[in-house]
Design a protein around this ligand. Structure first.
Ligand code: HEM
Length: 516
């Protein structure tokens, strides 16, 4: 039940304006800061200023704090009343609700706009997914970003229960018999637009590191088991991973070779019914806590992918990266690890096919999360630029700020529209058609989106100024995005490699008769 507060007149509040007796008004609410003043992180003197003590400090407050500060329980307790004749204007976000800030939502979710792709059912699904992420994942996500610890088993269990882990792998047989978000969508109806919603909503409540920490390793490491593993292996590994009880990491890259898969040095040698595997892997997402490693190995006949369970000879060490260690980025060593040959994924020597089969989906997934985060950047910038007063006027009064916002919005809207168009193609093409026709466009799209992300990060830093350089306070989201936006440009394929792939794929299809 919400508390009933006493009403005070502005005159009465004005009398409480000194040390030991200090009230302020923020958005029609009265706060008693008498005891808090000496603990205030911004210092006590600022609170005793003539324009603040006993006065309406709403504008000053929102120029210096995020609204979420007032929603923290320890600060909510400072409220003692409301102001007679005034009505609160700034509302706390309601879980599951859409943002009313322009461009904070894609057009398909914006009132009065239309979409050729999404149905009412997608909308219903999106509401449920957003509610889930905002209520279950968001609090944990903030905690883990700061602590660098793995996401708790409790949250993973809830994700498994709603089948979110399975849905992140996209449409397919693996969804059969599963109840998706309480049955809103049937497994056979689940298309890439539904999957894209899951990625976008995950990114709204998670930093770049948390997006990866929430089992991104499984999302890219399990498909080779689904598509190339034996039935026995599938039956053993898939149920326990979708249930959130076991974790998977994709272990391809090495200090010796990244994009150049042929330069890998991890070697698997046959010894009877077992592989003996020795080598190292670097930058392995979720590697610190993975139970299985989908590993690229050099074998006598070329390159082979083998699922290695954590066991004797497997060691993982945390690598410190620019983002939070919640992602569990690891250096992995395999020292004469013995694995049954039944753990081979695909044919011996055909590992390239296994690895390539998943690239388009992984890159498309990065596009979904990145565009969603970039929308949040716009939302933060629009809010900040309207609430920050400089030279007596909001920041938005400056043409240079509006010009930056124009560029940011244009980048996000072009990215979104291209992404939706490619998603539509994915929904209508079979696997072979996707490989043939979409590898190039997805490579170019990812490059466009990650470049846009870094450009948007730079613009946002200029809009937020010094606040975008601190990990707490008003600009903390922008600081995090600016520091981590480069991850989208490298993970799942470096920008330069992918843009080149896009053009090479197009060149392959240049008709001989095409002449100027
Ligand atoms: C209910 C009232 C208030 C609470 C609970 C509160 C709380 C906080 C907190 C938690 C911070 C740390 C930064 C952050 O987390 O955003 C902070 C910083 C600050 N606060 Fe307050 N504050 C209140 C009112 C005010 C008012 C009325 C002023 C007016 C001048 C003010 C001025 C500042 C300043 C100057 C900083 C430092 C900002 C920075 O480092 O950029 N605060 N406050």
């Amino acid at each position: 039940m919400s508390k009933v507060f006493k009403e005070y007149t502005v005159e009465e509040i004005g009398k409480h304006n000194k040390e030991g007796d200090l009230w302020v008004i923020i958005d029609a609410k009265v706060y008693d800061l008498s005891r808090f003043a000496s603990m205030h992180p911004g210092g006590s003197s600022v609170l005793f200023a003539d324009s603040i003590a006993g006065k309406d400090a709403t504008q000053a407050f929102f120029g210096l704090h995020k609204h979420e500060v007032l929603l923290r329980p320890q600060y909510q307790r400072l409220q003692i009343g409301t102001v007679a004749g005034q009505v609160e204007k700034i509302k706390a976000p309601v879980p599951g609700e859409l943002s009313k800030v322009p461009y904070a939502e894609p057009t398909w979710l914006s009132k009065g706009y239309y979409s050729p792709y999404y149905t009412e059912k997608h909308r219903k699904f999106q509401t449920a997914v957003r509610y889930f992420f905002e209520t279950v994942v968001a609090p944990e996500s903030k905690k883990c970003e700061d602590s660098g610890k793995k996401i708790s088993q409790e949250v993973v269990d809830k994700m498994a229960e709603a089948n979110i882990i399975a849905m992140r792998l996209g449409p397919g047989k693996h969804l059969r018999g599963r109840t998706l978000m309480g049955g809103i969508v049937k497994p056979e109806e689940f298309d890439y637009f539904y999957e894209g919603i899951v990625h976008a909503e995950l990114a709204r409540v998670s930093s770049r590191a948390v997006v990866d920490g929430l089992l991104a390793g499984l999302v890219i490491g399990l498909p080779p088991v689904l598509n190339f593993g034996s039935k026995e292996l599938y039956d053993q590994v898939v149920p326990e991973t979708f249930a959130g009880k076991k974790y998977v990491a994709l272990a391809i890259t090495e200090a010796f070779a990244g994009s150049d898969v042929s330069g890998l040095q991890t070697t698997a040698v046959r010894d009877g019914d077992e592989w003996v595997i020795t080598g190292t892997k670097k930058w392995i997402t979720n590697g610190t806590f993975a139970d299985y490693f989908t590993t690229g190995c050099k074998t006598e006949d070329g390159f082979t992918v083998i699922l290695i369970p954590r066991g004797p000879g497997v060691e993982t060490k945390q690598i410190k990266t620019a983002y939070s260690s919640v992602a569990g980025t690891a250096y992995v060593t395999f020292d004469k690890v013995r694995v049954p040959v039944g753990y081979t994924l695909g044919k011996v020597g055909m590992g390239m096919q296994v690895i390539l089969s998943n690239f388009n989906h992984e890159r498309w997934m990065v596009c979904c999360t990145s565009v969603s985060t970039q929308r949040l950047v716009i939302e933060e910038c629009l809010k900040w630029a309207t609430q920050r007063i400089v030279f007596g006027k909001p920041l938005t009064n400056l043409a240079v700020i509006r010009s930056k916002l124009a560029m940011m919005i244009s980048r996000v809207e072009t990215s979104q529209n291209w992404l939706e168009s490619i998603t539509y193609q994915m929904c209508n093409m079979n696997y072979a058609e996707q490989s043939d026709k979409l590898a190039g466009p997805i490579g170019l799209l990812k490059t466009h989106i990650s470049k846009s992300g870094r450009e948007n990060a730079e613009e946002a830093v200029q809009i937020f100024g010094g606040r975008a350089l601190t990990v707490t306070g008003m600009g903390k989201f922008i600081e995090n995005f600016h520091r981590t936006s480069g991850f989208d440009a490298i993970l799942a394929g470096a920008e330069d490699v992918l843009s080149d792939l896009g053009v090479r794929q197009a060149l392959k299809k240049m008709p001989a008769e095409a002449k100027l």
